[in-house]
Write a new protein. Structure first.
Length: 357
């Protein structure tokens, strides 16, 4: 990460994490027009919630965040493969479907962190789970494309071609802003310590975490606190409030638990329950974080790293470039993970359980 000149930083500001309810794009949505109508409905509802959250004290809030996949939900069980999802549920970032979001940033003079499924004409027949940051001028200044997923494509699938076009910095981008150095990554990637650590090693101070997870899983929740503590970063984890079931009820399997965590792993504020909420707001103190990172105490984590010791990271686990031709559906991805486990078993790393014998 480089900058032409140092960015003047607002040392303290409030962030607002908006927990929204999503109307999902399901298998009976067949046309782009139907898909875009659902996306617009979800976007309008999210922006209405954010406006209410800003209220009369909107000048105090400088950063607003939304959940992962807040326009569509995920293609879990999607019946029509990659092309079908591209047709009805993916947009360009930036693109016209997101213009209301950009106008919101301009109207309220805030940064906005969000996530959606992205189509990029440079990469036909591929889509990306894209987390992005919008500045108060309504410009997309940061895009991160999810690297680890069990249901959707990744730049790692065609890594050599991807970095030749986008560059290595595109894999783990950090934006140097007046709110500090910001990175963003979604959902279950919070359970991959390497992702947050890469961002921290590139200077990130605030980690945006748009997600659609279940706070009932203790390990998942623990990861959020661990990533904040071990990297001395703020973590703003914005979860869904649930989604609308086919019968019109609130489905809350993965819902609630939106929280803001400080650089010592302590929760500043949170919304525990499912449902729409504009409750989660918290003070982000960049000056205090920077003072901590320049201290000599035992909890200044990054300064104590001894990266030369971690030699096992030179090993390939899930191989890159396995889908230089775009994968057609999720079954191909599951097959790849199965092959990876078979190889690690053959190498003697992961013995089989007795029940498999």
């Amino acid at each position: 990460m480089t900058a032409a000149k140092p960015v003047e930083v607002l040392s303290r500001y409030y962030a607002l994490a908006c927990q929204t309810i999503i109307k999902p794009i399901t298998g009976d949505v067949e046309t782009p027009a139907e898909g875009r109508a659902i996306m617009r409905e979800n976007l309008d509802a999210a922006l209405l919630l954010a406006r209410r959250g800003l209220g009369n004290g909107r000048g105090d809030v400088k950063l607003v965040t939304f959940p992962e996949m807040f326009l569509t939900l995920a293609p879990v069980g999607w019946p029509r493969g990659v092309k079908g999802w591209l047709d009805v549920a993916c947009v360009e970032v930036p693109g016209p479907e997101l213009e209301p979001l950009f106008q919101f940033a301009r109207d309220y003079k805030v940064y906005v962190g969000a996530n959606c499924y992205e189509y990029d004409p440079k990469w036909p027949m591929r889509y990306f789970n894209c987390s992005f940051l919008v500045n108060p001028s309504g410009q997309v200044i940061l895009k991160y494309r999810r690297l680890h997923s069990h249901i959707s494509p990744s730049p790692h699938d065609f890594l050599d071609a991807y970095v030749q076009v986008e560059g290595w910095d595109a894999l783990f981008p950090v934006a140097d802003t007046e709110l500090g150095r910001i990175a963003t990554f979604p959902c279950m990637e919070i359970s991959k310590p390497e992702v947050a650590r890469m961002f921290a090693m590139k200077g990130a101070e605030v980690l945006l975490h748009p997600t659609g997870d279940s706070p009932d899983f203790p390990g998942w929740t623990a990861c959020k606190h661990a990533r904040a503590f071990e990297n001395n970063c703020y973590v703003i984890s914005t979860n869904t409030g649930g989604w609308v079931s086919r019968r019109g009820y609130l489905e809350s399997t993965n819902a609630g638990g939106t929280k803001i965590i400080n650089y010592m792993g302590t929760t500043i504020n949170e919304t525990v329950a499912p449902g729409e909420s504009m409750k989660t707001r918290g003070l982000i103190d960049i000056e205090q974080l920077r003072a901590h990172r320049h201290s000599r105490n035992a909890f200044n984590m990054i300064a104590q790293m001894r990266t030369e010791l971690y030699t096992e990271y030179k090993r390939t686990i899930t191989p890159p470039n396995r889908f230089q031709d775009p994968m057609k559906d999720q079954a191909a991805l599951h097959k790849l993970y199965g092959e990876t486990m078979e190889r690690m078993t053959a190498e003697g790393l992961f013995p089989r359980p007795q029940l498999d014998k």
